[in-house]
Design a protein around this ligand. Sequence first.
Ligand code: NAD
Length: 483
Amino acid sequence: MTNVNTRQPTASFDGPYYLSIGGKLAVADDSFEVINPATGAGLARAPAASIAQLDEAIAAARTAFRSWSALGYGERQRYLEAYADALDAHRDELARLLVLEQGKPLKTMAEPEVDQAISWIRQIAARRIPVEIVEETDSHVVELHHTPLGVIGAITPWNFPVLLALWKVAPALITGNTMVIKPSPFTPLTSLRFGQIAQSVLPPGVLSVVSGKDELGPHMTAHPEIAKISFTGSTATGKHVIRSAAGTMKRVTLELGGNDAAIVMPDADWEAIVPQLFWGAVGNSGQWCVGIKRLYVHRSFHAQFVDAFVAYAARQKMGDGLDPEVTVGPVQNRMQFDKVKGILEDIKAQGYKVVLGGDVDPDRPGYFIPVTVVDNPPENSLIVREEQFAPIVPIIAYDDIDDVVERANDSPYGLGGSVWGRDTQAAVAVANRLETGMVWVNEIHIQGVDIPFGGHKQSGLGTEHGDEGRRLFTNPKTILIRK
Ligand code: NAD
């Protein structure tokens, strides 16, 4: 198992697409259609794995665990670096395929997503969890080891299908676990492709990718041979996962939904930050777990801010992500499109003030929601209370800091948030009061392998990234040795 195999996969990026199970590419008896959200037309057919094939992938991961976990960090690092190199060799094809199945713009979103994922693998490959001596006396020494858990089941969503999956692969594998990934049925193609690439460099069974229909997720979460589920998706599904995982006392990390508030303080240089706030809300067509979903702006400049935000928004081009001029793509799937159209209808029915967008072109193919700005909707409106996951931005006026903090915290979610102001100390004081897993101050969406990422309240359980996140792929094991 020590030789890194650099054989490249042979199938083309245009398909056909294969499952990867136990080191081999596999076809399935069944398949399902993957839609290009920019056209609404079929893009490719993805294999729908049977339950037996999922079981086979889990069994292969279990077998591979014995030898993979026995390797040292150094050898696993070599494999992961070889994997990053192999992905890099296919970087352009992966990014293009990501646009086709997800809809995001190529240059501003898809290429950075693939690049960040590859860089993440390289950086994590160099991280270690050393053995700690937690106590040493005349009579004994106590060591704390972090041993791998076994087979990790990864379940991923459709908004960042490459990055969110590889965020799980790198820490799971470097700490000695093996993994089976089940991608979202809306965006399985990039995962199938990077799974296929993995088979050319990693030992058989270390990383399998199994796409399929709705029954696969629950089967994974209940499976006795899976030690942990690393899940990213909605809060509603996260609750199913935790219930199902309880049967076998699986470890779970849940990265769930959010309704992040951005608070623009009374002293903010608000004109300068309009572009950052715009992209924080509308980047990836608003389909970002930590996207700005509620924008609270001090009343003293709220009206001018709305004008500047709308002027910036009006300069963007919406369309097919492969068009180099396009900066805003479609939403990813028909279900999301219909849900968002329902939110737009509610905004109209309630008579809220729409200062940009608001109307979906019924004749346009694809799932295009125009960038929409809603001026000061009430706190109890659907657009403020719910996670819209779309390029619809409510810009809400506030007068008082205590009041805006209370409104920001008045949510079952607690994923991220941001505070913007010239007086950094005052902004940090507000950040300290937000009930979330992450807050950015005069920044947005900076992430890093050593920066813990996770949700408070119903936005999640556990953490990804950072030492904390890596440790959650391990079992803390104490060894007491009598001298
Ligand atoms: P989703 O919950 O519908 O699906 C996520 C995954 O779970 C998919 O692979 C799906 O097939 C699978 N799944 C569905 N039912 C299942 C079940 N009963 N058991 C096991 N697996 C099941 O989420 P989505 O619509 O794909 O993604 C959007 C959501 O994800 C948003 O709420 C967003 O905020 C959230 N999200 C969170 C983060 C984060 O890091 N906190 C990141 C990205 C997205």
